[in-house]
Design a protein around this ligand. Structure first.
Ligand SMILES: [Zn+2]
Ligand SMILES: [Zn+2]
Length: 123
């Protein structure tokens, strides 16, 4: 139903929606990249597309498994429709101690201090 609308109309509707929700039904890559780019002009739209939509590591582009790590880096987060979208990494690019799922360390991308949080399937 939404697919029958013009991109202009979709953009207006999408500006009210959560980005993750939009990604569940909007399959037009150009349009999704446009939404990312217009709100985050200085950041890579391909990287976020790969990371957030195709579920690949932000750094090495390997597909993310059940366990992955998100980085709360203030400088590397994206802002889309008032939501913050954080980068996620595979467990090879960011290593966490097995017993601790939170770590403060330097960001793999920009080197600022960030907090990494381990995401596990049943946590
Ligand atoms: Zn990786
Ligand atoms: Zn960063």
């Amino acid at each position: 139903m939404l697919n029958k609308l013009s991109n202009d109309l979709k953009m207006i509707i999408y500006s009210y929606l959560n980005f993750k929700f939009i990604c569940e039904f909007e399959k037009d890559r150009d349009l999704l990249e446009f939404i990312i780019n217009i709100q985050n002009p200085s950041k890579s739209k391909e990287t976020l597309f790969n990371n957030f939509i195709l579920n690949k590591c932000y750094k090495c582009f390997e597909p993310l498994k059940e366990n992955y790590i998100i980085s709360l880096c203030y400088y590397c987060q994206y802002n889309i429709n008032e939501d913050k979208v954080y980068s996620s990494f595979c467990t090879k690019c960011v290593e966490l101690n097995k017993t601790r799922t939170v770590k403060v360390s330097n960001c793999k991308i920009c080197d600022s201090l960030t907090v990494y949080i381990g995401i596990e399937p049943y946590s």
